[in-house]
Design a protein. Structure first.
Length: 90
């Protein structure tokens, strides 16, 4: 996905970072960087996210590409208004 840019967003009020993927034509995606297997912190790379605890890997759509996790990452709602990107955390 060479047209896309990834940004990691850190907030003091969240226990996990958020991975924001900026897509063309405002097709942005965001995921909480928390493994669905045992809530471990995820690490982002150019191909997706990985968990250093048990080796689960996710693609840039949040789908599991290697277990032990079986659930995909939750896709957070993202919108863009007046050149601001808004991520709904729930």
């Amino acid at each position: 996905m060479p047209e896309e840019t990834m940004k990691i967003i850190r907030s003091k009020s969240l226990g996990y970072d958020v991975l924001l993927i900026l897509g063309l034509n405002k097709t942005h995606k965001a995921f909480l960087m928390r493994c669905t297997h045992q809530d471990n912190i995820l690490v982002a790379n150019k191909n997706g996210l990985s968990c250093n605890l048990h080796g689960t890997q996710y693609d840039l759509n949040g789908m599991v590409t290697r277990g032990p996790a079986s659930k995909p990452l939750e896709l957070l709602k993202v919108s863009e208004e007046n050149n601001l990107i808004l991520i709904n955390l729930k």
